[in-house]
Write a protein that binds this ligand. Structure first.
Ligand SMILES: [Zn+2]
Length: 189
């Protein structure tokens, strides 16, 4: 079945959320986040949506990427993978942005996605799946998350002051952030 982003697929009791889908925890629904063919594996209880194409599935030699947050939507953060000098980075899938769904940010219920990442943040993320239209990411691990964040008020770099909390060095603004363990240790350029 051809499916568009946002379409209802089923309940979490029926299916696990696979590639191209996400779990809406609040409404207890599995919905589509990709455009393509819906595959329901009844044995594995898995729902997946991949773009229909004859090109073989892309393989990524890189699983961990650094990228910049370029857009925040309701359920999804868009990240532009970027080559940073300090990282062996060879793979930019068609120069397109990758998506991080709210359910893959961290192992907690998140009501407002913008409390976790903001535009301009530099985020380390892991690729969980690729097809011709979509690259999916997760930051649900200690070493993943923002490695650099900027103050929403004065755009100065922020300092980590606790678990998933950062503070502006200039104006003192404190905000939440899903941060990587090595946040602010200067190992990115
Ligand atoms: Zn500030």
């Amino acid at each position: 079945m051809f499916t568009l982003p946002g379409e209802y697929i089923g309940t979490p009791e029926e299916y696990d959320s696979g590639f191209g889908t996400y779990k809406d925890t609040e409404k207890a629904e599995i919905r589509s986040s990709n455009t393509g063919e819906l595959k329901l594996d009844k044995e594995k209880h898995l729902a997946e949506i991949r773009a229909q194409t004859k090109i073989p599935k892309m393989q990524s030699p890189v699983t961990i990427i650094l990228g910049k947050v370029i857009k925040t939507r309701d359920q999804v953060i868009e990240i532009k993978p970027a080559p940073f000098e300090s990282q062996k980075f060879k793979f930019v899938p068609n120069e397109k942005s990758a998506i991080l769904h709210v359910s893959n940010i961290k192992d907690d219920y998140i009501e407002d996605i913008t409390t976790q990442y903001k535009i301009g943040d530099i985020v380390r993320a892991k690729i969980t799946g690729i097809d011709e239209t979509t690259v999916e990411l997760t930051t649900d691990q200690g070493n993943l998350g923002a490695v650099k964040a900027y103050c929403p008020k004065c755009r100065q770099p922020m300092k980590k002051i606790g678990r998933d909390k950062v503070k502006c060095r200039e104006c003192g603004e404190v905000t939440s952030r899903k941060t990587a363990k090595d946040y602010g240790q200067g190992n990115i350029k």
